[in-house]
Design a protein around this ligand. Structure first.
Ligand code: ZN
Length: 387
């Protein structure tokens, strides 16, 4: 039996149980077990660390020597300066005063400190048991993918995973329209407080007016569509990547819906100054510097005769220079308004053997696939999600 956290009714319950047990003369093993101690009643206090441990102990009336004893015993296994509001504690006192035990839950570990009969404290550490579950979530979009998924209860990390799965075929920053629908099935783990601490999306669907229907399911370490084609491709759908941008904006409590324009043979992505810009494919830097009206410009050479350029940057990624290899998704610079530009935006262009291409119309090419069992499993997972 484990002490449940943050239950307000627990104190009443504990007192009632303790009274009952003492009447019945029973003995039960509990995490705050004081073997051999006759404890008729208990006082329990629990909460999360809005202040440090010392201030909690002080507020509970512990004297200097007792606080020092508790802190030095705990600090053998736990960095007390790292306690945060998401970490919880439970203190158990005997009704006649002294602290009997203290339990702290942090980073999926339970630290149990208990007063020893002969004086001093014993400390044990164990992993917190996680609950595993599976489920399906779905929704319709009115403003952004982020808002819709958040409203449906999808945690931020899973939203980014979902966007990653389709990052070669859907630009969730510019191609989302009101009325689009999404669905996902997932396996996840929750901590005792109910917070999702790990997840894996097993299948994903997107129905977009701009994008059409997109489907994916996990097989081994990749995602595939019903035909068994890998979701991976040589080019990302956009140089402004959902994961990079969301983490950039999450810190600023704002989730942008970006726009793009096609005033020339490239694409202009309107985005705030400082927005991270990613390489759309693996490649080599052939130019990183100032180039007339382009301002700060990065040019990348890719396989198969492709060249991509990223203009008007406010700055380059650290260490970026000619000859440097970059991987797909790497940040190469940041949106700006350098050169001839009327406002912050990314000027993005693609050429194949010197000829400009319409990047948005380029044919999506899968990087591989699965057949047989894998293909059947993927098709079945997608079909079940769509039901
Ligand atoms: Zn432009």
């Amino acid at each position: 039996m484990r002490l449940p956290s943050e239950k307000k009714g627990w104190l009443v319950y504990a007192v009632a149980v303790a009274a009952l047990l003492s009447v019945a003369g029973l003995f039960v093993t509990r995490p705050w077990d004081f073997t051999g101690w006759d404890e008729p009643e208990l006082r329990i206090s629990s909460g999360t660390f809005t202040g440090n441990l010392d201030s909690v102990l002080k507020a509970e009336g512990l004297g200097d020597a007792e606080r020092h004893g508790v802190s030095s015993a705990l600090s053998k296994k736990l960095n007390l300066r790292r306690l945060r509001p998401e970490d919880s504690y439970e203190l158990v006192f005997s009704t006649w005063g002294p602290l009997r035990s203290l339990a702290i839950t942090k980073d999926l570990h339970l630290y149990s400190l208990s007063a020893l009969a002969g004086g001093g404290y014993g400390l044990s550490v164990e992993a917190v048991a996680l609950r595993e579950a599976s489920g399906k979530l779905s929704g319709a979009i009115t403003t952004s993918l982020w808002d819709s998924m958040t409203a449906a209860g999808v945690p931020p990390a899973a939203i980014l995973d979902y966007a990653d799965i389709f990052s070669w075929s859907v630009d969730f920053l510019t191609e989302v329209r009101s009325g689009d629908r999404w669905a996902m099935s997932w396996d996840y783990k929750t901590d005792p407080a109910g917070k999702v601490v790990a997840q894996r999306i097993t299948a994903a669907l997107y129905y977009g007016q701009e994008t059409g229907r997109k489907a994916a399911a996990a097989w081994k370490d990749g995602y595939y569509d019903e035909e068994g084609q890998s979701l991976r491709s040589m080019f990302l759908r956009a140089p402004l990547q959902y994961r990079r941008i969301s983490s950039y904006f999450t810190n600023r409590r704002f989730h942008p819906v970006l726009k793009y324009y096609r005033p020339h043979q490239g694409i202009d992505y309107a985005a705030p100054t400082g927005t991270p810009v990613s390489a759309v494919a693996d490649g080599t830097v052939t130019f990183a510097g100032w180039k007339g009206g382009n301002g700060r410009l990065v040019m990348l050479k890719h396989g198969g005769g492709y060249l991509t350029t990223y203009g008007h940057l406010s700055r380059f990624a650290r260490g970026l220079k000619r000859g440097r290899r970059v991987a797909q998704g790497d940040v190469i610079g940041y949106v700006g308004s350098s050169g001839l530009s009327s406002g912050p935006h990314l000027d993005f262009r693609v050429k194949l053997n010197g000829t400009p291409l319409n990047f948005l119309k380029m044919k999506y090419r899968s990087s591989g696939g699965v057949s047989g069992t894998g293909r059947r499993a993927v098709a079945e997972a997608i079909r079940r999600l769509g039901d």
